[in-house]
Write a protein that binds this ligand. Structure first.
Ligand code: ADP
Ligand code: ZN
Length: 209
């Protein structure tokens, strides 16, 4: 089962992908997490991506396509995977079509105002990538998963959020039409709780919760 999660920044792609990973035992491939860990470790990929990621711009297609192709060819992807954050442009989607058969594209729908509220309260664990929201954790500073100190992602600063939303609408929204035409798109309103949103996805996938 190869699944793509589409959705603007703040729509909860990472959270939903992690729940799908657990339920179906297929790996979550988050290109954002992949890039951030490469940046932290100073790899070649990290060096190429750093300035783009920190500014909320897209990393060049050829760079990310190469990285994703390599990742999905690993043995743990044999029985499927969830792509979270890829593809983000038509060129990426076309490149993916050449090497993979996608079964479902889940499109998370959230308006910009709500995206902004969600992103600006986001706190992340730099160690295990767990994500939290200040509306739930209050002023807790440590990751409940691994104990590391939570941080605000550099591209979650208010000045960068609007740029990311703009780029999303320009570059990624056309993918909705691309996958709708192929009959693969499932749209899910995600302005509810995490549990409700996940339940909607499960029922749209046609499996029992
Ligand atoms: P969000 O969906 O919240 O914006 P992500 O963690 O998915 O955040 O991505 C963070 C950043 O990583 C993006 O703003 C971009 O710079 C880079 N990135 C991730 N995936 C891609 C991709 N498929 N193509 C180009 N850049 C990407
Ligand atoms: Zn952690």
């Amino acid at each position: 089962m190869n699944i793509i999660l589409l959705g603007p920044p703040g729509s909860g792609k990472g959270t939903m992908a992690a729940l799908i990973e657990k339920k179906f035992s297929i790996p979550q491939i988050s290109t954002g997490d992949m890039l951030r860990s490469n940046i932290r470790e100073g790899t070649e990929l990290g060096k190429k991506a750093k300035a783009f990621v920190n500014a909320g711009e897209l990393v060049p297609d050829e760079v990310i396509i190469e990285a994703v192709k390599e990742r999905i060819s690993k043995p743990d992807c044999e029985s499927g995977y969830i792509l979270d954050g890829f593809p983000r442009t038509i060129a990426q989607a076309e490149a993916l079509d050449k090497v993979a058969k996608i079964e479902t594209v889940i499109d998370l729908i959230l308006d910009d105002e709500k995206s902004i509220v969600r992103i600006s309260g986001r706190r992340v664990c730099p160690n295990c990538s767990a994500t939290y929201h200040v509306s739930i954790i209050g002023d807790e500073k440590l990751c409940s998963n691994c104990g590391a100190e939570l941080i605000i992602r550099k591209d979650d600063e208010v000045s960068t959020i609007c740029n990311r939303l703009k780029i999303y609408h320009e570059m990624t929204t056309p993918l909705e039409e691309y996958y709708r035409k192929k009959g693969l798109l499932i749209s899910i309103d995600v302005d509810g709780s995490i549990e409700d949103n996940f339940a909607k996805i499960i029922s749209a996938l046609g499996v029992n919760a």
